[in-house]
Design a protein around this ligand. Structure first.
Ligand code: DGL
Length: 279
């Protein structure tokens, strides 16, 4: 099938993290429709092998393409690190927007020359991170943490509370001792805990959420190809999860601020997905 300007934007992540990007896309372009895929059967991606994440990402892309998406936002730093290059080669006619840790704006902003980066182990190990650091760190010292357990807390909707705070303090307090003045959120789950992060680091530390910049980049790419929707009414958002649709449905009001239906998508194997729609 062929996409047109009224086709939806495809967005995917290993779980609910990409919803932080979806939120920014909706804010930026309220009339656009979107299809969101959360691969909750396989979360966390951050602890998996690159090749497996690539296979999952390719299958999810196929699933989204079968629904005529006009552009795909890889709203997951880990999947971007593992699969973005591969996806662009494999699907040369599709445009992809990926995530990379926002080291560039952080290095431009920092006064202390010290920046904290929070991301998954796979993101830190990938060639993309090494390349971003090499091109943009510019002598700035980076303090990294994988925040073990944080993705799980956010998947369960525990955006505040003792355990979530403990995980964040363990990551951030040593960074503060090292005089960081900027924190890069290199995992799309983490913007959901910005209030807690800001409480811990205080107002003098800037927290960089890349989602609004990714939404603007998506808009620019659509505009350049004349693919913005002509519609003036609010777009529709459809959710799919490979995990538990009921659990995701109950989290949506907190994560996106509204209710929506969630459909189940089932993995047949590491490379094939079906849904109740039969894609
Ligand atoms: N949301 C994903 C990211 O941006 C990570 C979560 C996971 O480990 O699956 O990297």
């Amino acid at each position: 099938m062929l996409s047109n300007s009224r086709s939806p934007i495809g967005i995917f992540d290993s779980g609910v993290g990409g919803i932080s990007v979806l939120r920014a896309v909706i804010n930026q372009m309220p009339a656009e429709s979107a299809i969101y895929f959360g691969d909750q059967a396989h979360i966390p991606y951050g602890l998996r092998a690159m090749e497996q994440i690539r296979n999952f990402s390719e299958a999810i892309t196929g699933f989204l393409l079968a629904q005529d998406t006009k552009i795909i936002v890889v709203a997951c730093n880990t999947a971007s690190a593992a699969a973005l290059k591969h996806l662009r080669e494999k699907f040369p006619n599709m445009q992809f927007v990926g995530m990379e840790p926002a080291v560039k704006p952080a290095a431009e902003y920092t006064h202390t020359g010290r920046v904290g980066v929070l991301a998954t182990p796979a993101t830190f190990q990938g060639a993309m991170y090494a390349s971003v650091v090499e091109r943009f760190a510019n002598g700035v010292e980076l303090f990294q943490s994988t925040c073990p357990g944080l993705v799980r807390q956010i998947e369960q909707g525990k955006l505040e509370g003792e355990e979530t705070r403990r995980i964040l303090e363990e990551a951030l307090l040593p960074m503060l001792e090292n005089q960081i003045d900027t924190v890069v959120l290199g995992c799309t789950h983490y913007p959901f805990v910005i209030p807690l992060i800001q409480q811990i680091v205080g107002d003098n530390v800037r927290v960089i959420d890349p989602a609004p910049a990714v939404a603007r980049q998506t808009e620019r790419l659509l505009e350049a190809r004349g693919m913005r929707t002509p519609s003036r009414s609010k777009g529709e958002v459809k959710f799919y999860t490979s995990g538990d649709p009921g659990a995701l449905t109950s989290l949506l009001p907190m994560l996106v601020g509204e209710n929506a239906e969630v459909e189940k998508a089932e993995w047949l194997n590491d490379r094939q997905i079906t849904s109740t729609h039969g894609y």
